[in-house]
Ligand binder design. Sequence first.
Ligand code: HEC
Length: 270
Amino acid sequence: MRVRSLCLFVLMLALPLHAADLIIDTGHGTRTWTTAQLLARPDLQNVTIPIDVAFGRTMHYRAVPLRALLAGLQPGDHLQFVASDGFSADIPATILLNQQGAEAWLAIEDPKQPWPSLPNNKGDAGPFYVVWTRPAAAAIGTEQWPYQLVRIQPTQDVATRFPATAPATSVPANSEIRHGYAVFQRTCFACHTLNGQGDAHMGPDLNIPHNPTEYLSDTLLRAFIRNPQSLRRWPEGKMSGFPTQQSLSDADLNAVIAYLHYMAQRKSAH
Ligand code: HEC
């Protein structure tokens, strides 16, 4: 008897953590949700997403309004959405609390009705995925649709947490560099560090040892950001790129390149 329960215990340790748990910490309380608990919520709805970012087509989900899971969240707060593959996206509370215009939903994969696999061998988007209705109303970026979500946790704004990524205070608020820094946070920072700072380590650091503006012309870099396979073609590439104006406007693209040029003069090893 004892041996059997010991075996069971060892087996439990050997199994991976149950995938379908979502930890939500708003900074005003933490709660862990299981798939079953979320699917049993009275505010669960059928939501249709006409242009789904991860799947690239219309999708239908069982979903809960995300703000309903974020009790106590204040408009000045920032939350970080962490995925199982190391992807991490920061989303300000002001957008998450919206009830009109762009609205965030937590899509929940029902094990009895699994979602299709993601395109390009990216695996399963579940168990949890943040999707948006009317995303254009708040200029929601493609990196603000985190899938394979495991944790939501509080964070501060990027310049406070990662000062080595920020332009000098002398750079005026209306400059293209500051605009580029905001674009960088919304897009690139979900996968890259800069000056060794940041949460995501999916892609290489964008300043150390070399800033891409030091080894690529602006033309090649611009083409690369739109379509990473235009620079080096290989099937294992994980950077998805920003092919359309909707995913990244020309003005935003130019601004992020201006920011990278500027940061090449502000290298610091951390
Ligand atoms: C979804 C994650 C992701 C996002 C978002 C992302 N990247 Fe990347 N990036 C990667 C990965 C991973 C690599 C390594 C090559 C690969 O696997 O595609 C990479 C490589 C690069 C490189 C190296 C190119 C080379 O071969 O020298 C540059 C430059 C770069 N990214 C710039 C950017 C910029 C600028 C942005 C924002 C506009 C951005 N990336 C957004 C994941 C991402």
